[in-house]
Design a protein around this ligand. Structure first.
Ligand code: HGY
Ligand code: MN
Ligand code: MN
Length: 391
């Protein structure tokens, strides 16, 4: 049997309905939210109908297992606080469609908290042994909710960790989430490597005070410290980074966050990514030194540093994807690196992995406007199916 494009697209749109944001095709489906758990229960049902053995592990990673040894395929079904309908979801539904459209031994997975509400690709980091469960349980989201408390919402479904020894490898299909395929008018990307990442919380503790009566030279303004820190690292990174290096301060919370109060505390996320582990380390030195320097007599706290190393894709699995791409999109595919992080990085600790990209319109992702032409989604599915036949 060949893959069924209509059934594939119908399930993608059904998955989008769990946590639909009402803006474009966007979704709000963070890990352990009602929408996330409802989506996972629905996915489990679809896996069952596909003849797969459904297993939830202790942190909510959802597996649909084929009999005996199999190839694992999938991605994640949780989303960013403002997410697109395809980030993660595409890989899960494409894997399900390949698994149910032939008698080839293909298992399906939807990892939990890939989007890092609590950590960085948390569910697959735990499953792969990169992040100890007790350390994960202590991680908190921006509202202060602990991972260990949040995951109890799925306690009724939780079973044991699934044995990775039954899988011969892992293939993840994903949207590119960047501009390359879209601007180059290619349909398929065969991923060569995934960048590494570092992510930590930094806190400046100054002096809360009256915004009218506190002279500027007497202030210990935590926002001014953050602002100076940011300008200094932008300058000091200049001779360390390349055009592929990225760094982001995406979450900032000022305390008490009031117009007439000098902010006493600034807590922010410092995240940086690059394909070279040495460069990530040099950037970490600059970040730590600059924060110390700027803090002066202010309080300074570095939160837990979470990270993943850069990883190269497996040659044999990659060759199968190249074969599929050449068959289904001749002249319209390319090799490319991934600037986004994926569960495949964690799974590469346990088995060979490879990834396949389809274009993101306008290169937009982690935004309700994220979208891909359905023709490209189906082309990607067919490439994945062809590659699986090869394997
Ligand atoms: O941030 C990432 O790269 C992934 O989409 N969570
Ligand atoms: Mn993703
Ligand atoms: Mn994402």
């Amino acid at each position: 049997m060949a893959v069924n494009a209509e059934r594939f697209l119908a399930d993608l749109h059904k998955l989008r309905s769990f946590g639909a944001s009402g803006v474009g095709k966007g979704v709000v489906r963070p890990a352990y939210s009602e929408a996330d758990i409802a989506a996972r229960r629905w996915l489990a049902g679809r896996m069952e109908e596909a003849g797969l053995q459904v297993r939830f592990d202790p942190v909510g990673n959802l597996f649909g297992l084929a009999e005996g040894p199999s190839l694992l395929m999938g991605s994640h079904s949780d989303s960013q606080p403002e997410g697109g309908w395809l980030d993660g979801a595409l890989g899960v539904i494409a894997a399900l469609e390949v698994a149910r459209s032939s008698d080839r031994p293909v298992s399906v997975v939807s990892f939990q908290d890939e989007e890092g509400r609590f950590g960085v690709t948390t569910g697959s980091a735990i499953w792969s042994g990169h992040l100890p469960l007790d350390q994960a349980d202590g991680l908190a989201d921006h509202a202060g909710i602990r991972f260990g408390a949040a995951r109890t919402a799925m306690a009724d479904l939780a079973g044991d960790f699934v044995d990775p020894g039954q899988f011969s490898g892992f293939v993840e299909m994903h949207i590119e989430q960047g501009p390359t395929l879209d601007t180059e008018d290619d349909q398929i990307g065969v991923v060569t490597d995934i960048v590494g990442i570092r992510d930590m919380k930094i806190t400046f503790d100054g002096q809360q005070n009256h915004a009218g009566t506190t002279p500027m030279h007497l202030r210990r303004d935590a926002f001014q410290a953050l602002s100076r820190f940011n300008s200094l690292i932008n300058e000091r990174f200049r001779n360390v980074v390349t055009p592929r290096t990225v760094w982001t301060i995406g979450h900032v919370s000022l305390h008490p966050n009031a117009s007439s109060i000098v902010p006493g505390r600034a807590q922010f996320s410092m995240q940086w990514r690059d394909g070279d582990a040495g460069r990530l380390a040099r950037m970490e030195e600059i970040i730590r030194q600059t924060a110390e320097e700027v803090a002066g007599d202010m309080g300074l706290e570095f939160g837990p540093l979470l990270g993943l190393e850069p990883v190269a894709m497996d040659d044999r699995l990659k060759a199968a994807l190249e074969h599929g791409a050449e068959a289904m999109a001749p002249g319209r595919w390319r090799h490319m690196p991934s600037g986004a992080l994926h569960d495949a990085t964690n799974v590469s600790r346990l088995m060979p992995v490879a990834m396949l990209f389809v274009p993101s319109i306008g290169g937009i992702s982690h935004d309700f406007a994220e979208d891909t032409d359905e023709a490209d989604l189906v082309a990607g599915l067919k490439v994945l199916d062809k590659a699986t036949q090869r394997l």
